[in-house]
Structure formats: C-alpha cells, structure tokens
Design a protein around this ligand. Structure first.
Ligand SMILES: [Zn+2]
Length: 242
C-alpha cells in the first residue's frame, strides 16, 4: 500500500504543477527547494541527486546491453505545466531492464540540458519517464544539438503555447521512439528526480549520441520554458557505467 501511495505521489508530482510553488530562479529556485516543503528534503540532503556532469574520471567501462524498448503507443497530448513542456503517452510502451518492466508515462524537456557531458550543456534534453508497477522510476535522457529540423518535435511544436495548464491533443501519429538517436550507446547511473521532491533511487540512462533540432525549433521550446535546468549535483560515491 505504501508503495502504491508513493507511486501515486510521484505520478501526481509529474502530472500537476505542485501546490508548493517552486521555480528555477530566486527564492523558490533550486538552491531553496529543500526548504520549501518537508517533502522536498531530499533536494537538500540527498547524496545521489540528479542531474550530474558525466565526466571521464567517473566512467567505468561495463558491457552494457542495449536497452530493451517496446514502444507501441502514441503521444496523446501536450501541455505547458509551468515547469516544462510535457507530452503524455497512451498506455502500451515499455522499457525492460534489470528483469523489470517499466511503462513509459510521459516525456518532457529542459533547456538547456540538465545532465552535462565533460562540463558542457547541450541546448536541450528530453526525459522519457517510465514507472514500474512498484513505483520504481527509470528515465531515459536524450540530448539535442542544433542542426537539421527534428521531425518528431515538428509533430506537436505548433500546439505549444505559453498559457500554462492547457492540454492540446496531438493529432499526428507520434511514436516516442521517433525521439531517440540511431546509435543507442548510453551512460547509466543512479540518481533522482531533477524536480521536487527530488526522490532518489531513479535509474538513469542517457544516450551518448545527441539528436538534432533546428535553431527555430530550439527557439520555440526555450521561449516557452525559459531556463528550466536544475544545476548539476555532486556525484559523491557514484560511478557512471558506459
Ligand atoms: Zn526532466
């Protein structure tokens, strides 16, 4: 029961702008998240927080198997929830890892990227959020660099608006796999939600190869979200597998 409640709490923290006001700047910004609410304590005292800088010195060569994805459902609607642009997915898309099944619930975006590589941000990062029956969380990160127009983003970019909370149906068929890079090599590490309540125990998988988006597309996303990246957090005792 407790697990179920936790997973409901996690789902609602993704789904709605939290009733406690948090933001990316000023007195409700990342530095103060841990003080805004008792439930946000991990943002302040956690030792395995996300995002991180993925740095050579913390990398360990492991024989990571390709991530097993079965993405069989389509994007349903898109919303600007005041913290991010979030796309909800119909049931039926899964990630299988560590002998467990995680269902893809949504993906959303950060400008610039939250995780960094060798100290550098990419202009944008997508997070694909998966949840298991027990409420465990697995996130796949996809980096974006400026280049060719991105066909997946194009399918809903015209529905984006600055008005917070207005859900728009995505009419085009958009399978979440259309967001992923061709090369599926990835980094793996343990971390947290990058937004309050900063819950730990999140499995993170970040693809090494960035995908492309045009300058115009980047402007559309960053104009709406502003800077919505939590700064990188200390890696502490963690290692990054590749
Ligand atoms: Zn995110």
């Amino acid at each position: 029961m407790k697990k179920l409640l936790t997973s409901i709490a996690i789902l609602s923290s993704f789904a709605f702008a939290s009733s406690v006001n948090w933001s990316y700047e000023g007195h409700t910004g990342p530095k103060y998240w841990g003080n805004l609410n008792k439930k946000f304590l991990m943002c302040k005292i956690g030792k395995n927080q996300s995002p991180i800088d993925i740095n050579k010195k913390d990398l360990i060569k492991a024989c990571l198997k390709p991530l097993k994805l079965e993405y069989n459902s389509k994007a349903k609607y898109v919303v600007n929830n005041g913290h991010t642009i979030k796309v909800s997915i119909n049931n039926g898309s899964y990630l299988y890892v560590d002998g467990k099944k995680f269902e893809l619930k949504q993906f959303h975006f950060h400008t610039p990227s939250e995780n960094t590589v060798e100290g550098k941000n990419y202009p944008m990062e997508a997070h694909l959020v998966h949840i298991s029956k027990n409420g465990e969380i697995a996130v796949i990160g996809v980096m974006f660099k400026v280049g060719k127009e991105n066909k997946a983003l194009k399918k809903f970019q015209n529905s984006l608006c600055k008005t917070v909370g207005k859900e728009k149906t995505i009419k085009a068929y958009l399978n979440p796999s259309e967001l992923l890079p061709k090369n599926r090599d990835y980094y793996r590490f343990s971390g947290s939600l990058t937004t309050p309540p900063c819950t730990e125990g999140v499995r993170w998988y970040v693809y090494k190869e960035p995908v492309e988006m045009s300058k115009e597309q980047l402007k559309i996303f960053s104009d709406i979200m502003g800077k919505n990246n939590r700064p990188t957090q200390p890696i502490n005792a963690r290692k990054v597998l590749q």
